[in-house]
Design a binder for this molecule. Structure first.
Ligand SMILES: [Zn+2]
Length: 317
């Protein structure tokens, strides 16, 4: 049987690339994600996240974000035989062909905008097509899940950011936002909303996970959830295996429909991995497990890439 190609909604490997720790071509003996390992698993689309670490916030956040965006652009240019930037609808035709990999450039942290709407247009021009509005802290757009007592939703600036993202054709990612902000995004966005790397709270009670109402709302919005491989989000013991990933996939499919489930590994952003999913090449074994779990081929194709392609089709221009 032909290997099904995989879309992964989140990895944080750009940090190592930007800091010169690895070239992401497979020569280093550490790290979860590189081109060689991704090819083994037939990764056909990868979200590359420019994660703005807390020590850069707020004053150097724009600089740090742009530094990573530039590193990603260089990486794509230097490896143009293997990978390409997804910047518009026309690029989607290339997905799943010839073993090429499409990259969605994502910024994890609205701090990159430095509270200026024009920065959104600038990073759009640089190729960014997806933004995680917050990380765990508060910023000018909204509050992250780490703000346990604020109950704050989207700011006025946050509402403007969503409207402009809808106009430009950018994906709005709610993975780290608090619940008040989540519902504001659902109400305010004209387009599907995604959680690039989250799991189900009913199976693992962690603030980063989504409750059943949130999962259903993403389904109604024709969005999706990329299941995160972080053991702390998968299992309350902090120890997880591939079976836990399957458990969350099955649960989200049951609650929100199979059209709402995808992958958001968080490789290179998580300090430990589930047993059996030590790096991106192990996606192969995960797909085998999906077959064994009773999903049909059509359902597996949706989970592996179809749902992400559907969302990109309805958001990108
Ligand atoms: Zn994250």
């Amino acid at each position: 049987m032909e290997k099904i190609w995989i879309a992964d909604g989140h990895c944080d490997s750009l940090g190592d690339l930007t800091d010169g720790k690895r070239d992401l071509k497979g020569k280093a003996d550490f790290g979860h994600w590189d081109l060689q390992k991704a090819k083994v698993a037939n990764i056909g689309m990868q979200f590359f996240s420019a994660y703005i670490e807390s020590q850069y916030k707020p004053f150097l956040a724009m600089q740090r974000g742009l530094e990573q965006v530039e590193a990603a652009r260089k990486f794509i240019d230097e490896n143009r035989d293997d990978i390409f930037l997804i910047s518009g609808l026309h690029d989607l035709n290339r997905l799943g062909n010839n073993g090429e990999m499409g990259i969605v450039l994502h910024v994890e942290g609205g701090e990159i905008l430095a509270e200026s709407l024009f920065m959104l247009d600038i990073i759009f021009r640089l190729g960014v097509r997806s933004i995680g509005l917050t990380w765990n802290e508060r910023n000018a757009i909204a509050d992250g899940v780490g703000e346990l007592h604020s109950r704050g939703g989207l700011s006025r600036f946050g509402l403007d950011v969503i409207s402009r993202m809808n106009e430009l054709g950018m994906l709005v990612d709610v993975s780290h936002i608090n619940e008040a902000g989540f519902w504001d995004v659902i109400r305010h966005s004209d387009k599907p909303v995604i959680a690039t790397h989250s799991c189900a709270q009913a199976l693992c009670n962690h603030p980063r996970n989504l409750n059943d109402q949130q999962l259903k709302a993403l389904a109604e919005k024709k969005g999706l959830v990329g299941v995160n491989f972080c053991p702390d989000f998968l299992n309350e013991t902090g120890q997880a295996s591939m079976d836990d990933v399957i458990r969350h996939i099955c649960y989200i499919a049951e609650i929100a429909g199979v059209d709402t489930v995808a992958f958001g590994s968080d490789f290179d952003g998580i300090s430990s991995t589930p047993h059996g999913l030590e790096d991106v090449s192990k996606f192969i074994d995960l797909i085998e497990k999906l077959h064994q779990s009773g999903f049909s081929l059509m359902e597996i194709e949706k989970i592996c890439h179809g749902n992400f392609v559907r969302v990109l089709k309805s958001v990108l221009k």
